[in-house]
Every structure is written in structure tokens, then in C-alpha cells.
Design a protein around this ligand. Structure first.
Ligand code: ADP
Ligand code: MG
Length: 352
């Protein structure tokens, strides 16, 4: 009997996305010979062992009210496992593997991975360093550059410099990168705080918005291309699935397009030629390896409309697992069904 702790929610702007991912993971997780413990982290950071058996309550965001929920937490003490409080009395449940179905801040950035590491519990996905480096887009770019992959030209900008001289920052961005230009916080996901700036008078508002989320942001050259994503799986010998393509059907792939409106369309395989397909999968594995990733990651690129050039955009170490998410869909198209993919991820966690 194996005990798997599935962690979801979290103190993150991507809390809601995590709830939808968690429902899909819990539903598809093979239950044979396994005890599954769903633990939710509320928006305030409270940990609760979900007492219900209806996983749709998680996606519907009503799970927190379940009367059988119990306070539960992972102790950093090695070998302690999950501590569950029943009327104030603690019980200890040993955990074999933690599956963090968390996205963004506090879940994908190495913080919670540090806790698993301290507790000595194997966990699905990247470790502390790869998670942290992949969450901070300016750090990711520096490491990805060592592979020789093409990236959009960029500037790393600090809130303190903006406060000192906003006009100078605007001039530098326009002189170096031109228009349109993308402005994005270094450490958000789901397009939170990301803007496409088409005219100089929109720049200040875009900078103010990005600096609301992070003290360090990026300005990036606009890349006109298809958005192509590659699912990578493995530890020492990672493999890439057939790449998929997202057509946002909007100005860009923003939060609304990702989760609210239904203009976006997925194409698996991506509509690219065979050589670009082979090359992009190789780049994805190289970038995964350079960042020291383990388990899984989704590596996102642009393929330029002109010349089919491959341009690396960003990496997601805990990509979405919602029913419409690309990571499980790309593996499914490659012959690895959702449940088998989850089994493989758990196996990789125990190997690491
Ligand atoms: N340099 C760029 N050129 C063109 N589009 C971009 C650029 N950077 C970001 N985008 C658009 O913005 C979306 C979100 O940006 P991304 O860097 O992927 O951040 P997030 O981590 O929030 O997904 C991308 O999917 C793409 O549609
Ligand atoms: Mg993205």
C-alpha cells in the first residue's frame, strides 16, 4: 500500500487553476493499492485534509466547507510525515510520495519543495533549485542562454530604478526593443501582469501593472510567431512528447484567453514542418537539462511566422493538469494516457 499526498490550492494568484488541475489529477489517479490523501491549502495558507470523496467540490471551490475536513500539515522533521489533527489530537500518517498540484508562487517556485526536502519525502517534479530558477523568468533566460537557444531580446528592470526615473526607463525600453514590446513580471504565471504594449503612451501603465506583482520585471522584444509547447518527462534521460500548438485567437495568450473565454484552440501535433518538430523537441530537452529539471516540465516556444525560427519563451515546472491542459493532452497524443502519466510521475519521484 502506497500513500500519496496530493497537495492543491495554495497562496498564489493561480490558486483557482490549481483546484481544477487537482480535481483532474485526483479523478485520474490510479487508486489500486494506494491511499490518496487530498490536502488543500486555502488562499490564506491554512492546510486542510479534505474529508469528502467528491472531487468536483475541489474544482467548484466548495471543498473548504466540508464538515469532515481536518487540519493537517507536513512537519519539516524528517520521517514525521503528515500530521493530522482530530479534535486537537495529532495523528501521524507516513507519506510515500507528495504530488504538488500547485501552480505559481509558493507552489512552483521551490518554497514548498524545500519543505518536502526537509521532511525527507519524495515528491513529483523539480527540486528547489530548478523550480526557483524556472519560476524567475530573468534567471531562466540566463541559464537557457547557455544552451545557445534563440530568445527574444530582453531587459531586466527593477522597481527601484523605475521609481527613481520612470522616463529614462521608458526611453531605454523603446530605444532598445522598439514596439510592440511585452512587459511581464519575472515571477508570475498564467499571464498575470503581462501586457503587450503597442504605443509609447501605453508603456507606463504596463510597467506600473507589472511592478504591482514583482519588484523585478522583463521588457521583451515582440516575437511574431506560433506558440508551440513541448511536454518533457523524465529524470536523467528526459524525453519530449510531440509538440502542441496554441492559437490564442486573441491579441496574445492572456489570463482571459487561458481560462475564461473560449477563443483559444489547441493543435496536437503543432502545425510545423518535420524538421522544426524534431529540433524543437531537442531544444526542450536541452533547456530542461540545463535548468536541472526533474520529473516534468512544459517548455514553451515561439516558431516565427517568417522563417520558422525556434525562439524559447519560458518553462513551467508544474504545468496545468486541467482537462483542457496541454501537458497531459500532449502525452495522451503520444500514447501515454492521463492515468499512466500520473503513475510514471510518481515512479520518477521515487527514483530521484
Ligand atoms: N516576447 C513575446 N512576443 C510575443 N508574445 C509574447 C511574448 N512574451 C509573451 N508573449 C505572450 O504572452 C503570453 C504570456 O507570457 P509568458 O511569458 O508565457 O508568461 P506566463 O508565465 O504568464 O505564461 C504568451 O503565451 C504569449 O502569448
Ligand atoms: Mg506562458
Amino acid at each position: 500500500m502506497q500513500t500519496i499526498l496530493v497537495l492543491f490550492g495554495g497562496v498564489s494568484p493561480e490558486h483557482d487553476v490549481s483546484l481544477v488541475s487537482a480535481e483532474a489529477v485526483l479523478r485520474n489517479l490510479n487508486k489500486d493499492n494506494r491511499r490518496i490523501l487530498p490536502v488543500g491549502i486555502t488562499r490564506e495558507g491554512k492546510w486542510l485534509l479534505y474529508g469528502g470523496s467528491d472531487y468536483t467540490e475541489i474544482a467548484k471551490d466548495t471543498w473548504e466547507q466540508h464538515p469532515m475536513n481536518k487540519t493537517a500539515f507536513l512537519s519539516p522533521e524528517r520521517g514525521m510525515g503528515l500530521r493530522v489533527l482530530t479534535e486537537g489530537i495529532p495523528e501521524t500518517v507516513p507519506i510515500d510520495v507528495v504530488f504538488p498540484v500547485l501552480h505559481g508562487e509558493n507552489g512552483e517556485d521551490g518554497s514548498v519543495q524545500g519543505l518536502f526536502q526537509l521532511a525527507g519525502i519524495p515528491f513529483v517534479g523539480c527540486g528547489v533549485c530548478a523550480s526557483a530558477a524556472s519560476m524567475d523568468k530573468s534567471v531562466t533566460k540566463l541559464i537557457a542562454a547557455t544552451t545557445g537557444v534563440r530568445q527574444a531580446q530582453w531587459l531586466t528592470l527593477r522597481r527601484s530604478s523605475y521609481k527613481k526615473d520612470a522616463d529614462k526607463m521608458c526611453r531605454t525600453i523603446l530605444d532598445t526593443l522598439g514596439l510592440p514590446v511585452f512587459i511581464k513580471p519575472c515571477s508570475t504565471g498564467s499571464s498575470v501582469g503581462v501586457s503587450k504594449v503597442k504605443t509609447a503612451d501605453q508603456l507606463t501603465a504596463a510597467l506600473e501593472n507589472a511592478f504591482r506583482y514583482d519588484r523585478k520585471i522583463l521588457a521583451e522584444e515582440f516575437i511574431s510567431g506560433k506558440e508551440v509547447e513541448v511536454a518533457v518527462l523524465g529524470n536523467e534521460d528526459p524525453v519530449a512528447a510531440v509538440a502542441g500548438e496554441i492559437d490564442a485567437g486573441a491579441e496574445f495568450y492572456d489570463y482571459e484567453t487561458k481560462y475564461i473565454t473560449s477563443t483559444s484552440q489547441a493543435f496536437i501535433p503543432a502545425r510545423i514542418d518535420d524538421k522544426t518538430m524534431t529540433d524543437i523537441r531537442k531544444w526542450a530537452v536541452k533547456i530542461f537539462t540545463a535548468l536541472g529539471c526533474a520529473g516534468l516540465s512544459r517548455v514553451d516556444f515561439f516558431v516565427t511566422h517568417e522563417g520558422s525560427e525556434i525562439v524559447f519563451n519560458e518553462i513551467n515546472t508544474l504545468p496545468g493538469f486541467t482537462p483542457i491542459s496541454m501537458y497531459p493532452k500532449m502525452w495522451d497524443a503520444d500514447g501515454l494516457a492521463f492515468s499512466a502519466l500520473l503513475d510514471r510521475l510518481i515512479e520518477l519521484a521515487q527514483e530521484g
